[in-house]
Each structure stands twice: as structure tokens, then as C-alpha cells.
Design a protein around this ligand. Structure first.
Ligand SMILES: C[S@@+](CC[C@H](N)C(=O)[O-])C[C@H]1O[C@@H](n2cnc3c(N)ncnc32)[C@H](O)[C@@H]1O
Ligand SMILES: [Zn+2]
Length: 375
């Protein structure tokens, strides 16, 4: 038997993405339970079809799933997998270009509660068609982005091209990636007078994924736009400041240390990227599902619930300690110490060595020096 890299195989299948599929099953089930009615799903970039097939099989209340791939070998394999799983009544297979298929379905007035875009790289080329085929009043849009180098600022121009945002190479770049992706969706949705509200978002290995609830109306789109802004990052002291403005006003210097080495990143989504309520619903359905990556999924949900209402942008403790010139304290100790001083302090799923807190970087540097004195 030949072993292929996922992107080199005749048909795409990546066992690494099992966690993504597990989490998505929970998110779709939680969403279906919230809707409290039957649900249809369009997954127009399906590879072998495993994601869509799992939705049909594992999400109670899913009545129709469209799976599609432009690769004819993938389409044949999908049809076979549908048959093997006895899902002919629920699952429809297409062999089309994804945007063409979504627009054609929309033209025939077919609309879906859930549209899941899971491409190689950026989902941005598929968004316009997705907005046409999703039920904009009640839909949930699920997006994967695997183009981490642009989103994390390694390929800045690619990020500007794909997302119309300036990325930054900073320690919290994975969270910034999520916020850039959401901000792009908000701006794209706004032109169709669709509002966007994040339900769940995460970073794991080589991808970020977001689950976004849509709503209809110019007012709702305006409200989402008001949640966009910028991050100002000081290269001298690592202070970060979120500004909620559509256009950034003039920035002279870092408010913390006075340095003029302040970079502007964004536009970004500035508000919560995880809904604690929705995440708790995912945790509720977790018990009734048999997930291959169950343990990992449970850990991620637990952390996501903890960090849902925390302020943006995590601090990586070893980098913070280096800046303060002290030894690295245990994460638990630092969190407890910050809490004893009255700050919010929580772990984050973005990085096992990081925390989120409302203490600013300058305060953190002082606190960590104090804490490790004599250690
Ligand atoms: C990352 S894979 C999909 C993986 C799948 N969703 C899963 O969970 O295993 C992306 C797939 O999109 C297909 N594809 C890429 N561009 C496409 C397009 N414009 N229209 C339709 N399919 C496309 C590729 O052939 C590939 O199978
Ligand atoms: Zn500064």
C-alpha cells in the first residue's frame, strides 16, 4: 500500500484533522439543539467526504447534507462512502467547482442552516458564494484557515491580499489570526447586510477554525462592524492595546513606555471570539458522542470555557520572564498570584505556556519580578 502526504494523495484525507471534525460534530449538534428544528448542511470542499458523512451520521436532526469536490476521483470515493454508510437518503454528492455549486444551489433557492468551508489554505475565495447559499437569518458559517504563515505575519502581503488585514509577528499571533479571520468575515458579510457573531473559535497545530452565527439586517451588520478595531503592539515593552475604531487615529507612542516603535495590526475582531454559553452547550453534548479525539476535545472545551470572557491577547510566560529577566514561575503559581491581587487570570487553549489576564504587560513584568524574587 502506498502512503501519501494528505495534500499529495489522489483524494484528500487527513487523520490530523480528526480533532477538527470531532469539535465540529459537537458544534453542529449544539447549534441544531439551539435551533430546535431540522438542519441541512453544505460542505462544498469535502475530499473523501468524511466530514459531511459524520455530520449526517452523528449530528441528530441533520436531514440533508451536500458534499462536493472538484476532483472526480474524490467524488467517486464520496459516492462509495455514502453507499457503504447507507446514507443515500440524506447525503447528496456533487463533482463541481465549489463556488459554482453554491451559486447554482442558491439560484434554485436551496439554502442551508450550516455551510462548512474546509479548504487548503484560505477560505476567503469561497465566502461570497457561501453567503448566497446560507440561511442568512439563522445560519452558522464554519470556516477553516490553514494559511497560518500569512495570518501570523510571516507572509504579510498574502494576509493583506486574502484578508485585507495587516498581521503582526507577535507572541499571540495565533489569537491574532483568529481575530483577523473573523474581522474579514464581518466585513464581507456586511456588504450583504448580514451580521456576524462568533460562537466558537480555536487554534490547533496548523489551522484555525471559527464557528459564526449569522443574522440578517443592515443594523446587525453595523453592530458587527462596531466590534472591529486594531491592535497596537509596542516592540520595546510588548504592551498591547486594542482600539475600537474603523480607521485608526494617529498613534504617537506606546502609552506604557513612551516608545515610538508601535506597530498597528488589523482590522481585527476586538470582542469575545468564544461564546461561553455555546461552548457549554458543546460540552453538554460531548457526553453523548463517541469521539476519537475525545480527551483532547474535552481539554480544549474546558480551556475555551475558562478563557471565553478573558481579555484579548495572551502572554507567553517564558517570554514574559525573559523580558523581566527572571526565572520562569509555574503557570499555576502565577495565575493564583494574579488572582490574589484582584486580576483576572486564566489559562488559554492557544498556548500551554501562556495566560490571559487584564493586568497589562508593564504590570505583569513587575508582578513576575516580585513573585520570583529570591527564587
Ligand atoms: C482540505 S480538503 C477537504 C477535507 C475535508 N473537508 C475533510 O474534513 O477531510 C480540500 C478539498 O477541496 C477540494 N477543492 C479545492 N478547491 C476546490 C474548488 N474550487 N471546488 C471544489 N473542490 C475544491 C480539494 O480537491 C480537496 O479535496
Ligand atoms: Zn512600550
Amino acid at each position: 500500500m502506498e502512503i501519501f502526504e494528505p495534500t499529495e494523495a489522489p483524494v484528500f484525507y487527513n487523520p490530523e484533522m480528526e480533532l477538527s471534525r470531532d469539535i465540529s460534530v459537537l458544534a453542529l449538534q449544539a447549534y441544531k439543539d439551539m435551533l430546535n428544528r431540522e438542519m441541512s448542511v453544505c460542505e462544498p470542499l469535502s475530499g473523501c467526504g468524511i466530514r459531511g458523512l459524520r455530520y449526517a451520521k452523528e449530528v441528530n436532526g441533520t436531514v440533508k447534507v451536500v458534499i462536493n469536490d472538484k476532483n472526480p476521483i474524490a467524488a467517486k470515493l464520496m459516492a462509495l462512502n455514502v453507499k457503504l454508510n447507507n446514507l443515500e437518503d440524506k447525503v447528496q454528492v456533487f463533482n463541481r467547482e465549489a463556488c459554482a455549486l453554491m451559486l447554482e444551489l442558491a439560484e434554485k433557492s436551496t439554502r442551508f442552516e450550516v455551510v462548512d468551508i474546509d479548504p487548503f489554505g484560505s477560505p476567503s475565495p469561497f465566502l461570497d458564494s457561501a453567503f448566497k447559499v446560507i440561511k442568512s437569518r439563522t445560519g452558522m458559517l464554519c470556516l477553516t484557515a490553514t494559511d497560518m504563515a500569512p495570518l501570523c505575519g510571516v507572509h504579510k502581503n498574502a494576509c493583506i491580499r486574502k484578508y485585507g488585514s495587516v498581521p503582526l509577528r507577535v507572541e499571540y499571533c495565533h489569537e491574532l489570526a483568529v481575530r483577523i479571520l473573523i474581522s474579514y468575515v464581518v466585513r464581507e458579510a456586511a456588504k450583504y447586510e448580514i451580521g456576524v457573531e462568533p460562537l466558537f473559535a480555536y487554534y490547533y497545530r496548523h489551522h484555525v477554525r471559527v464557528f459564526l452565527k449569522l443574522s440578517e439586517g443592515a443594523g446587525r451588520a453595523d453592530k458587527s462592524i462596531r466590534n472591529l478595531g486594531y491592535v497596537l503592539h509596542c516592540r520595546d515593552c510588548n504592551h498591547r492595546e486594542v482600539v475600537e475604531e474603523v480607521v485608526p487615529s494617529k498613534i504617537d507612542k506606546c502609552v506604557e513606555c513612551g516608545s515610538q516603535k508601535v506597530e498597528i495590526g488589523g482590522p481585527i475582531w476586538t470582542k469575545n471570539i468564544i461564546s461561553k454559553d455555546f461552548c457549554s452547550k458543546m460540552m453538554d453534548v460531548f457526553g453523548s458522542k463517541h469521539l476519537g479525539k475525545g480527551k483532547r476535545v474535552e481539554k480544549m472545551l474546558r480551556l475555551a470555557i475558562l478563557e471565553a470572557n478573558a481579555p484579548p491577547f495572551y502572554h507567553i510566560i517564558p517570554l514574559l520572564s525573559k523580558q523581566a529577566g527572571v526565572t520562569i514561575p509555574p503557570k499555576k503559581m502565577l495565575i493564583e498570584h494574579l488572582r490574589s491581587l484582584g486580576y483576572i487570570a486564566v489559562e488559554t487553549h492557544f498556548n500551554p505556556n501562556a495566560i490571559k489576564t487584564n493586568a497589562n504587560r508593564g504590570e505583569l513584568v513587575k508582578i513576575i519580578k516580585e513573585l520570583t524574587k529570591g527564587a
